[in-house]
Structure formats: C-alpha cells, structure tokens
Design a protein around this ligand. Structure first.
Ligand code: MLT
Length: 411
C-alpha cells in the first residue's frame, strides 16, 4: 500500500496567493464588468527593458546555429553570469564572494524552499512573524514541525514577532534555534534591517552554530546606501549565512525565472559526532542531482542586467515602482492609517482601521473599492489586523486605487 507523506496534511488551507486568486475569481465571475485593480501578489507589470530583450534575442539566434548552439549548461550556472554577479553585487560592496559560491537557479522561491533539504529534520527553525509562507510550509512538508494551532502556528517552530514596536526586526530568540530565516528588505512588512541589527544576528549564529537563511530578493529597492544590501557586507557573515537573490523583482523576471543562491565555502553544518561538513559541496551535489540549470537564453538575459545600459534601464523601472509606493504611503497616511514600509521595499504594510480583521478588510476592499491586496494574517498570526499593498502596478492604476479608497466608504 502506498502511503502519503502525512506532513503535507498538516498544511493549513491553500497557499496564500492561490487562495486570494480564488476569492478574486469568484468575485469577478459574479460581477464580470467590474474593473479590479490588483495590488495583491507582488508580480511585476512593466515589460523587460530593451538591454535584456536584446540579449535574449541574440541568445535565441545563437541557439539557431550549429556553431553557437548550447545543450546542457553547468548545473551551477554559466561562468559569465556568476562572474558578473560577483563583480557587481558583491565586490562593488566590499563583500568577498567568489563565483564558485554562487548557484544560479530558476527562482528564490524554489531555492528558499529547497535549501532546507540539506539540513537534518531535527533542526529547530526560527521565522519572523509575519513571514513569507514558503519558509514555513516547506519545513512543514519536510517534517520539521508538529501540527498547527488555531492561529496557524506550528509546534516546533520558533516564531519571532515583528511589530511596529521592534520596527519589524525581531529580538534574538530566547531558546536555541538552528535555521533562522530572515528577509530584508522584508516581505511583507517592507521594513529594512540596519548593519548593527544584522551584525547581532551574525554574531548570534556564529556563537550558537546556527545558520541564517537570508532572503535579499528585494535588495534592489533600497534607496539609502547605508542600509546593507547583502548579509555579506556584515563581518563574519560568510561563516553564518546563505543568501538568496532574485532577478524577478529587480529586473522583471517573474515570468522568465532566474535567481541565485550564495553558499559560502566557509559555511559548515555539523554531523551527529560534532564534526563539521562544508555546505557548499553538499548544495552543489544536491543541485547537480536534481537540477539541470537555467536555460542559456535566460542567463544571457540576466547577464544583461549588469551592463551599463541594463543598470540604467532597470533603475528606471524600480524608480517607477518606488514612485507607486510613495503614492500609496502618502494617500494612506492622509486617510489617517498607520503605514509602514514602502521606503526601501515595494510593499506597503498598513494597520487596518478600527481593528478590523485582515480578511474582512480584504473583502471590504474588494467589494467596495474593487482593489485587491493581501491580508496580513496570511503571512502569520502576528499579521492579523494588518494588510499589504504591492507597489507593482502601473502608476495610473495605483493612483486610481488610492482615489477609490479615498472616495469610497471602505475604510
Ligand atoms: C509576494 O507577493 O509575496 C511575492 O510575489 C511572492 C513571491 O515572490 O513568490
């Protein structure tokens, strides 16, 4: 008799974004003429910039000729892309990362979900609350947790509340933890972490032989040069952290799929007998076995992000989204709401008015203003009473959404 992996049965309801999609589809079906503005899932709306399109076209042409055609590429990614990443994302910021510490992949969601595989199921996981659901759900699937309680919190996970009081950066845990997921600029709160705050975490991880899984997918949205874009800008971090990066939001690749993960050679985990094992080799082994790399066309397109034209062009698009974030912050603040994030991240995090529940606010906004956002509670129990709006849309649509929220009686 085939048995099922019962850990999957512990998962609460559906994954957040399909659940939102289901509710919006039901609403549209009932009222097909309604013009809905989507500020829910953080999916980019602007087209790929010309430098990227040009590189992609050129790569397609190369695939059309026997002399330049390429079959399987290296599972870790092509050297031209790994070198460009090292040069622009790390050396330029005094972070000492080498190309063989970079692993190109098809997404940070996949990497943050897959990476836990290389750690024992006995490890204790710590996550912020609210949190990007992938970190939690993939650890549930792997069997690192018990059942969820009424509020959706799983046993054996250490939840670190992130509230306005701690500026959405958690305190160090009181109990021992092994795998610590941090995401800055943060999804969903839009908060950033300072150098000093990250240093505390790096020191903690080194002292406790723990590992930080650092999701920096939104680093390109940081406007203030003093805020670290990479955990490796922090002294000692190569011994303490794995970093995830993505071209999705930085360069409009949500539909193209390209990201990378940095596993430093200095980073180790321990066997039961206490001896240390290098994780770079283990992740390399995992990727070589389960993954055949990202397509040449996609990697050629990603490399174009690092050309001078590519940089200028993607910066313009990022500025457009950050203009949306400012528009939302200004409008919502003028409405008297408590608004967070949106300064160095494409997400605005707001407190719902009068303590209304997150899903109730979602329904109100959808029904009355025809605007879709993301209920804060979908990111964890501490997100109840909060709501996330994404800056990824056309400025005129964002302006329209704000007008609807101002003029309609939905607040
Ligand atoms: C989000 O809206 O939180 C993101 O789009 C999710 C993701 O990047 O997978």
């Amino acid at each position: 008799m085939i048995s099922v992996n019962e850990h999957f049965l512990k998962l609460k309801a559906g994954y957040l974004f399909p659940e939102i999609g289901r509710r919006v589809a039901a609403f549209s079906k009932a009222d097909p003429d309604v013009n809905i503005i989507r500020l829910g899932i953080g999916d980019v709306t602007e087209p790929l910039v010309p430098a990227i399109i040009e590189a992609m076209h050129k790569a397609v042409d190369e695939m059309a000729s026997a002399e330049t055609f390429r079959g399987y590429g290296p599972e870790q990614g092509y050297a031209f892309l790994r070198e460009a990443i090292v040069e622009h994302d790390y050396r330029a910021r005094q972070a000492d990362i080498s190309p063989d510490e970079i692993f190109i992949s098809d997404g940070a969601k996949c990497d943050t979900g897959n990476l836990q595989e290389i750690f024992s199921v006995d490890n204790t996981v710590a996550v912020t609350d609210p949190v990007y659901p992938v970190y939690v759900d993939t650890n549930v699937m792997a069997g690192r947790t018990g059942q969820a309680d009424q509020a959706g919190r799983y046993s054996n996970i250490v939840y670190m509340p992130c509230t306005a009081e701690n500026n959405f950066v958690p305190e160090l845990p009181k109990e021992p933890v092994d795998m610590i997921y941090l995401c800055y600029p943060n999804n969903p709160t839009g908060a950033t972490a300072t150098r000093e705050q990250l240093k505390k975490w790096v020191d903690y991880a080194i002292a406790n032989k723990a590992i930080i899984l650092y999701d920096a997918a939104y680093e390109a949205f940081i406007q203030d040069q003093t805020i670290p874009r990479s955990i490796y800008e922090i002294e000692g971090a190569k011994k303490a952290a794995i970093e995830f990066r993505s071209f999705s939001k930085t360069a409009g690749f949500t539909g193209v799929r390209c990201a990378f993960t940095v596993v430093p050679k200095d980073l180790v985990a321990y066997k039961k007998d206490g001896s240390a094992v290098e994780l770079n080799g283990i992740w390399n082994r995992r990727q070589s076995t389960k993954f055949n790399g990202v397509s040449y066309i996609t990697q050629a397109a990603a490399a174009a992000v690092y050309t001078p034209e590519g940089q200028t062009q993607i910066r313009r698009v990022i500025d457009l989204y950050m203009g949306n974030a400012k528009m939302m912050r200004d409008a919502l603040t003028a409405l008297g709401l408590s608004v967070y994030g949106g300064l160095h991240a494409p997400y605005v995090w707001l407190k719902t008015p009068d303590g209304v529940g997150s899903w109730e606010f979602f329904d109100r906004l959808l029904n009355k203003a025809h605007v879709v956002g993301t209920p804060g509670v979908g990111f964890g129990a501490a997100g109840e009473g909060y709501f996330r709006l994404s800056a990824f849309n056309h400025p005129d649509k964002v302006a329209d959404a704000m007008k609807r929220m101002e003029s309609l009686d939905c607040l």
